[in-house]
Design a binder for this molecule. Structure first.
Ligand SMILES: Cc1cc2nc3c(=O)[nH]c(=O)nc-3n(C[C@H](O)[C@H](O)[C@H](O)COP(=O)(O)O)c2cc1C
Length: 203
């Protein structure tokens, strides 16, 4: 019996397209996923042009019970609802994250703010918050110019891992390209071997 193609959500955030390290290695990772799984249903969500920020109207719409929201409140949450649905539908989530000013780009933070939704992607319980997006695999492709990934001044990789866990995605693999130079073939093969060595999700 033919297996269903995996749904893959690819979130890209680099302000650059030409020459973007995170976009390049996210593409290489997807090629590897295709080699393993065959055809994939890929949804590309490029957030680099920005997303709405949370404001007072959004917060009050979010905390109004779903069946009591006004038309205006439903409209205010529509982008968030669509982004939540995309990540809910995904079996695999790939996040391509450049480090900007020691953390994630503001556009990627805005995406996180849109998908971290109480009642939809996490719940508060007597034992604390519980993520609802279980059974998914995430890959984070992260690139920096000088900041060492995993160091005390990297406020991106630990944050992304934490926030993914918060919404229930605990199986996270990190592919890091630090101090990347396009001419440096050693650096390129180091990143490619990180991708090659990844344990991929079961077919
Ligand atoms: C606005 C901006 C801020 C940056 N801030 C940092 C930083 O804090 N630390 C760092 O190591 N690199 C920083 N960089 C370098 C990028 O992380 C690096 O160029 C990375 O390759 C970007 O990913 P990309 O090639 O996919 O765009 C910054 C780059 C830009 C454009």
């Amino acid at each position: 019996m033919a297996t269903q193609p995996k749904n893959v959500l690819v979130v890209t955030a680099s302000a650059q397209h030409e020459g973007s390290v995170t976009r390049r290695f996210a593409n290489e990772l997807i090629e590897k996923l295709e080699a393993q799984h065959g055809q994939l249903n890929i949804v590309n969500r490029d957030v680099s042009k920005g997303l709405p920020f949370i404001d007072g109207e959004w917060v009050s719409a979010n905390f109004t019970p779903a069946d009591q929201r006004s038309e205006a409140q439903l409209a205010r949450l529509a982008t968030s609802d669509a982004l939540v649905q995309e990540i809910k539908d995904a079996d695999i989530v790939v996040i391509a994250a450049p480090i900007y000013n020691f953390s994630v780009p503001a556009s990627l933070k805005a995406w996180i703010d849109m998908v971290a939704r109480v009642g939809l992607t996490f719940n508060y319980t007597s034992e604390g918050p519980v993520g609802l997006l279980t059974g998914k695999k995430a890959y984070v492709v992260i690139a920096s110019g000088g900041t060492q990934i995993g160091s005390d001044i990297d406020f991106a990789s630990g944050y992304l891992r934490h926030v993914l866990g918060f919404i229930g995605i605990h199986d996270v693999s990190l592919i890091s390209a630090e101090r990347f130079n396009h001419e440096d073939t050693d650096a390129i093969s180091k990143i490619q071997s990180q991708i090659a060595e990844l344990t991929l999700v079961a077919a």
